[in-house]
Design a protein around this ligand. Structure first.
Ligand SMILES: [Zn+2]
Ligand SMILES: [Zn+2]
Length: 231
């Protein structure tokens, strides 16, 4: 099942044609977790962002497009976002896994990653590297910034490409909703602060790609989100 696909020209100030960032979403598994293949048109490197249950369709699409994952980046380590990590790594050996330090231990702990609650323990190998707030990443000439956006979970991150006007926000912010905060390590106040202090500081036109449900924009949520409006 397909989630949204976005195609965003990156407005770099250099000469030559602007790279076009593509984010292809796949709503995977019983929780319909949006997992994304992030690429740049004309390039063969991509990122896979989150690996939910039943990642076969995403893996097939990456293969079909002839892409090589440069990293598997996890927005957070809840089971519905990490259950497919092993399968993705088996499909693309050597792909490094990157995530925030705060949830490193969650990969091997079914209580923390919530898989114990659904009766089938999920574990995944530890990440190869951890990502921190403010860190810059580069994908085929496009620059991305990592925001630490905890609240739904303590190690939640957002990946934002300012040039392309797109942000992958995990389960922090949804179209018309916000992430649940009734889990271990969740904090409602922290989540509201993450959204206000980081996501709502992005330009209104920024396309928000959440971990579940349809895409939205920063401006739309600032004006209409019933849980957190811009001040
Ligand atoms: Zn989650
Ligand atoms: Zn989720």
């Amino acid at each position: 099942m397909h989630a949204d696909q976005t195609r965003q020209p990156a407005n770099t100030d250099g000469g030559g044609p602007a790279p076009v960032v593509t984010c292809r979403g796949f709503a995977l598994g019983p929780f319909e977790t949006n997992c994304y293949v992030v690429g740049v048109e004309g390039s063969t490197a991509c990122w896979i962002v989150d690996a939910g249950y039943e990642p076969g369709e995403l893996i097939g699409a990456v293969r079909e497009a002839g892409l090589t994952p440069a990293a598997l980046i996890l927005t957070h380590a809840h089971a519905d976002h990490i259950a497919g990590v092993r399968e993705v790594r088996e499909a693309f050996p050597g792909t490094p896994v990157w995530m925030h330090e705060a949830e490193r231990e969650w990969m091997k702990d079914p209580q923390l990653n919530l898989s114990a609650n659904i009766g089938l323990a999920v574990t995944a190998p530890p990440p190869d590297a951890t990502l921190g707030h403010g860190q810059e990443l580069e994908l085929e000439g496009t620059r991305w910034r990592v925001f630490h956006t905890p609240g739904h979970s303590p190690g939640g991150i957002t990946l934002s490409c300012a040039e392309a006007g797109v942000a992958l926000v995990g389960d922090s912010l949804f179209a018309g909703s916000i992430g649940r905060t009734d889990f271990v390590g969740s904090s409602h106040e922290t989540l509201l602060a993450s959204i206000r202090d980081h996501l709502y500081t992005l330009p209104d036109a920024t396309v928000v790609l959440p971990g579940h449900g349809p895409q939205t924009t920063v401006g739309q949520e600032k004006r209409h989100n019933p849980f957190v409006r811009a001040d």
